[in-house]
Design a protein around this ligand. Structure first.
Ligand code: TXA
Ligand code: MG
Length: 361
């Protein structure tokens, strides 16, 4: 299949007339059952008509994704939620007022309009109203209901820039709307409102603290930060190996000096064994590492910068055929929880904890 690529002039700002024309064309493709990748403020989505079973099946095929992993339905007007959810509790209205449009997805009981092909066989539906202007225009042009998982091949890091969508989806879908680099870089927070108290199934930019200010008590899916739980996660997609680079990733946590010493010593040893070693470093420690490839993920003090760069860096390491990767660990408070959640999954929960002043190596 030939994939048409259209580049937006707006980035994530105001749409130009040409941008609007391109998004109208993309909307027509969706209405006819085709697939279009598009930017959102979190990551790129791979869109299809949410009410068209065949479109949802095509999304699974293009991603190589297991079909028990439900898709998020994207809307552009709050009132459209009443068409896809059979019940909308007051909590949904309250958090929509606080965080929509934006990086928050709600799980609600689904209406009969939404086919099970879109919800991975579940009786619930995930709903999100993105804030990216191109995403909103596209959803409106497509008729209001766009099912979209992240636009990556299943298992790979989600694309935070159009070039990575091209890498995974060229020849597999009808169109790619190129809006450059997205703003947040990690997928939306998912909150399940079908349980009481509401439960966070995937951490993201909208944090537990932010949600609790609006809703009162909010719980977290117990398996979010631990890899060893025997229980399956409640968002089916969280159980799959995810975000994983090809090289073996290890997170090293502890006092900065010990982390640098440990990583440099491992890197020297592994290099001698013929491995190509990469390091994910904070800006502050960048110059201290000795390895084949050392990349800055951003300042330790700026979680938004770290989130925006993380997936791109994992993809760059793939391209550079790095076989062993070491990453510094990050605080898992607030938005940091989302960063650590993705990093831990990318590392298959391989973590080395170092202590002050001990012989660690
Ligand atoms: O930021 C985002 O949410 C991006 C952009 C494109 O909007 N989308 C995204 O979609 O990350 P995806 O399909 O890659 O991740 C959706 C997650 C999966 O883990 C899936 O299992 C979960 O949402 N999910 C979807 N519907 C669900 C449901 N009814 N119940 C529980 N989990 C659900
Ligand atoms: Mg995904």
């Amino acid at each position: 299949m030939e994939t048409k690529i259209v580049k937006l002039e707006c980035g994530d700002g105001i749409l130009s007339p040409e941008d609007k024309a391109a998004l109208k064309e993309a909307g027509e493709v969706l209405k006819k059952g085709g697939l279009v990748a598009f930017p959102t403020e979190t990551v790129y989505g791979l869109g299809g008509d949410a009410f068209n079973k065949a479109s949802s099946q095509k999304i699974y095929a293009a991603k190589g994704r297991p079909s028990d992993n439900p898709l998020i339905v994207h809307i552009c007007r709050f009132e459209d939620i009443y068409q896809i959810a059979s019940w909308v509790p007051g909590e949904a209205e309250r958090i929509a007022r606080a965080f929509w449009p934006g990086p928050l997805t709600m799980i609600l009981p689904k209406s009969d309009l939404v086919p099970r092909e879109t919800t991975g066989g579940l009786d619930t539906v995930a709903v999100r109203m993105p804030s990216h202007p191109a995403a909103r225009e596209l959803i409106a042009c497509a008729g209001g209901f766009v099912a979209a998982p992240s636009a990556n091949t299943s298992g790979k890091p989600s694309p935070a820039a159009a070039q990575y969508v091209v890498e995974d989806m060229l020849g597999k879908i009808d169109m790619i709307v190129d809006g450059g680099q997205v703003g947040i870089g990690l997928e939306s927070t998912i909150i399940d409102l079908t349980v009481s108290p509401p439960q966070i199934l995937r951490p993201g930019y909208v944090t537990r603290e932010m949600l609790e200010k609006v809703l009162g008590t909010v719980e977290e899916d117990a398996v979010l930060l631990s890899g060893d739980s025997k229980k399956p996660p409640r968002a089916p997609g969280m159980k799959y190996r995810h975000y994983a680079p090809r090289g073996e990733l290890t997170i090293v946590q502890g006092p900065q000096e010990e982390v640098v010493r440990y990583i440099n010593s491992r890197a020297a040893k592994e290099k001698a064994e013929g491995e190509k070693v990469g390091v994910i470093a904070t800006k502050e420690a960048l110059s201290l590492y000795r390895a084949d490839v050392v990349k800055s993920v951003g300042s330790r003090r700026d979680e938004e910068e770290i989130a925006r760069h993380l997936y791109n860096i994992l993809r760059e390491f793939d391209r550079e055929a790095v076989t062993k990767i070491y990453s510094e660990g990050f605080s898992s408070r607030g938005f940091g929880q989302a960063i650590m959640n993705r990093l831990l999954k990318a590392a298959g929960y391989r973590v080395v904890e170092l202590k002050e002043g001990t012989e660690n190596i």
